[in-house]
Write a protein of this length. Structure first.
Ligand code: FO1
Length: 306
């Protein structure tokens, strides 16, 4: 059993590699849900969907989110009616949000709803939300507090970030099966996702971090930062806001209490000894995920390190 911690687009690139290198029934993917929000009255879970669509082979390869060859007819019609259109929900993607919202309203927990959507889309891997309770990332800026999607998509991550909070995290509980799967895993992989807003909330769910510290399984991370910049999204901007160094070393240090090894970029080779001084093995190599060949290769490298 390979247990994988992930956010959305960055992590899904490595998961695309696992799709071709690991038996999908052996994959348990634990997803961030603190990016979730309500729009047009619908419950949107961007990271769960990005991962599910990736595993189903229907993800949009250009954008990294949404469904391949989707249309935006409903969004345009919503715009004509005065609704907000900054979050680009495709027509096929909307079917997922409508179904999720209906099942949640019927009283099913998010983990069950996700299982239903995965089964309907033919995904055999277990895609698990970090918790069934509402947790929401709030980004504090000089212009006010924003939800993650407002900060990231609507405001194009241009605001100066003063702080980041996960509203509701203290009352969250790991979704059913998460703690058990971490303790029984053959290996745990932390994807090259944002350590603050993607992996941070998962680690913040009470009990998850302790389970990682206690498991006998090797815990391996892939750095989302190459030479001080993230290869997907604003991680390098957000890390300093929570006093993490925006580097592969900063990522390793943030996970130091449970991490056994980290894959870093060849360009960051010089950070190896500093990371190893934390008691973490550091392996430098190609970690960019620009093509399917890169994704498969990195998945193989992670598996051999495991
Ligand atoms: N990201 C964008 O940058 N712009 C969008 O309009 C957008 C729409 C969207 C719709 C559905 C979905 O599942 C994801 C979407 N994303 C969009 C991506 C999303 O904001 C990010 O993947 C994550 O929340 C960051 O992990």
């Amino acid at each position: 059993m390979l247990v994988v911690f992930t956010g959305g687009t960055g992590g899904a690139k490595l998961i695309e590699g696992f799709r071709f290198t690991v038996n999908s029934k052996d994959l348990i993917i634990i997803c961030n849900t603190a990016d979730d929000f309500i729009l047009h009255g619908l419950h949107i879970s961007p990271d769960l969907d990005t991962v599910t669509y990736t595993l189903a082979g229907i993800a949009d390869p250009e954008k990294g989110w949404g469904i391949n060859d989707d249309s935006f007819v409903v969004l345009e019609a919503l715009g004509r009616l005065g609704a907000e259109t900054w979050f680009k929900l495709g027509d096929k993607d909307l079917a997922t949000h409508i179904t999720r919202t209906r099942l949640l309203r019927e009283g099913r927990p998010l983990s069950q709803v996700t299982k239903h959507i995965c089964a309907a889309l033919g995904v055999e891997a277990a895609v698990v939300p970090m918790c069934d309770q509402r947790v929401a990332t709030l980004v504090t800026t000089p212009q006010g507090d924003f939800s993650f999607q407002e900060y990231f998509v609507k405001r194009r991550w241009e605001d100066e970030v003063k702080g980041i909070f996960f509203d509701g995290i203290e009352d969250a509980e790991p979704a059913p099966g998460i703690l058990d799967s971490i303790s029984k895993a053959a290996a745990v992989v932390i994807c090259p996702s944002n350590p603050v807003t993607s992996i941070g909330p998962i680690l913040g769910v009470p009990g998850v971090r302790d389970a990682l510290r206690q498991t006998q399984a090797p815990v391996i991370a892939v750095s989302p930062i190459i030479q001080g910049a993230s290869f997907s999204g604003p991680a390098h901007r957000l890390m300093p806001a929570v006093k993490m160094e925006a580097s592969a070393f900063g990522v390793a240090a943030a996970y130091a209490d449970f991490l056994d090894a980290i894959l870093i970029a060849r360009e960051d080779q010089s950070l190896k000894s500093k990371i190893q001084a934390l008691g973490i093995d550091a392996v430098a190599g190609p970690i960019r995920l620009d093509s399917l060949a890169h994704k498969k290769k990195l998945a193989e490298s992670v598996l051999s390190l495991c």
